[in-house]
Design a binder for this molecule. Structure first.
Ligand SMILES: Cc1ncc(COP(=O)(O)O)c(C=O)c1O
Length: 423
């Protein structure tokens, strides 16, 4: 059985009971399903294969900011994926996981000298340039290394896309990309450079984009821009159309992938470029849960609290984006419901996973899962309150493998140094 499902009144990851994983690895622990990641990759690649000609199949560059565990990266690399990275660290993870440098694209508004140099030396596919000053920056490093950097300009199409204002990236006021009005200037500057070659455009309007028309609106801006740039003698041979596909957290109406693929076929394919996509959340979001245990059930005059052993440091999305995650008991799942605030032990009122949530009546010491936590979960975790980062495991059928052990206290503060002047 693939994915997460209920059997005999208990929750399973593929063929493994989550309670067995908790007994073996403790809580909180992230649990990922190999089958779900594989299915998601194949669904996206399959929709593109169905809608678009063979010669124009996109390079799917998994945006590894969503989940950068090397086991997850290795799986996606084996499935044929490329990689989108925003730091030297992510690039190093990708290379360690086995990605060919030529399938890695580097984005980000503030690439540092060492990151640009590292990418150039490794021979990555392209840098997605987000500002005019960045062209000069890349030229300087590339000329020092005597390597020609292939760049594309990230357009800011002024389209609002994300499912929350903090994950909208394509509005004029956002820090990302170059405005449509200034992109030709970017190409003109690059033309004068000895070690920078501008070869195309990119865009990414936001994450969890469930107003799917936003994709179309953004795509439709491209043909005129491409024609104008070509008419001015510039090379536009690559179009990177970003990520942003939504997943189901609650009761969202999902993007019709076939319709999306048709739009790419209708609007982008006729421009006769290499096509790159940067899906992150779609690949991994529903592949993971955060397995946790209730420490107490606390009743006050006003409310009932479930206090979990997972907290905002393990999964910050509810605190940061008011994001919804389903939360359910792992065993004995048929019972009456009650209204709870579901919180963690961290010393912040914001350490709240859900407020006024109807949930099966819980008891202290029981297991619970926080669902759809495979994307922007572990990779955004921190040591706040000196809490160890959770363990991560991957399930494949009836096999479970630890893919990152729980952090030890030595890992957290063993590197702290008391200066001599305090001794
Ligand atoms: C440039 C870029 N590409 C791709 C992504 C992945 O987005 P998503 O996980 O929504 O697919 C992001 C996420 O913010 C991004 O900033």
């Amino acid at each position: 059985m693939s994915g997460f499902h209920e059997k005999n009144n208990a929750l399973y990851a593929e063929d493994v009971a989550l309670s067995d994983i908790a007994a073996e690895y403790g809580t909180p622990t992230y649990v990922y399903s190999r089958a779900v990641i594989t299915t998601q990759y194949e669904k996206l690649a399959g929709a593109m294969a169905k809608a678009m000609p063979k010669s124009r199949q996109p390079l799917l560059c998994y945006a590894c900011k969503a989940n950068s565990n090397i086991a997850v990266l290795n799986l996606l690399q084996k499935l044929g994926s490329g990689l989108e990275v925003v730091s030297e660290g992510e690039m190093r993870r990708g290379l360690k996981a086995g990605f060919d440098a030529n399938k890695i694209v580097s984005t980000g508004v503030g690439k540092q000298d060492s990151e640009i140099a590292f990418g150039l030396k490794e021979g990555i596919h392209q840098f997605n340039v987000e500002s005019i000053p960045e062209i000069y920056h890349i030229q300087k490093i590339a000329s020092e290394l005597n390597i020609v950097a292939k760049i594309v300009f990230r357009l800011n199409p002024d389209v609002s896309g994300g499912g929350h204002h903090k994950i909208s990236t394509g509005r004029k006021r956002d820090k990302f990309g170059i405005s449509i009005e200034r992109v030709a200037e970017g190409f003109n500057i690059a033309k004068e450079m000895s070690h920078v070659e501008a070869v195309g455009l990119s865009m990414h309007i936001g994450s969890q984009v469930f107003n799917v028309q936003s994709f179309r609106e953004a795509f439709e801006k491209l043909p005129n821009i491409v024609h104008d740039l070509r008419a001015a003698g510039h090379k536009v041979e690559r179009l990177d159309i970003g990520g942003g596909f939504p997943i189901i957290y609650n009761d969202e109406q999902l993007l019709d992938l076939d319709a999306y693929a048709q739009w790419v076929n209708e609007i982008i394919v006729p421009l006769e470029t290499e096509i790159i996509m940067e899906p992150g959340r779609y690949m991994v979001g529903n592949s993971g849960v955060l397995l946790s245990k209730s420490i107490h059930i606390k009743e006050t005059q006003d409310r009932s609290f479930v206090v979990l052993d997972a907290a905002m440091n393990d999964l910050i999305r509810p605190t940061l984006y008011e994001a919804y995650h389903g939360i359910e008991p792992v065993e004995n799942r048929q019972r009456t419901h009650k209204l709870y605030d579901i919180v963690g032990p961290v010393c912040e009122t914001g350490d709240t996973f859900a407020t006024d949530r109807s949930m099966a009546e819980m008891q202290a010491g029981e297991l619970a899962v926080i669902k759809s936590a495979g994307a922007y979960g572990f990779c955004m975790s921190s040591n706040y309150n000196t809490r160890p980062l959770p363990a991560e495991v991957m399930v494949d059928g009836d096999m479970v493998s630890l893919i990152r052990p729980r952090q030890s206290y030595e890992d957290i503060f063993g590197g702290d140094i008391v200066p001599d002047f305090l001794k």
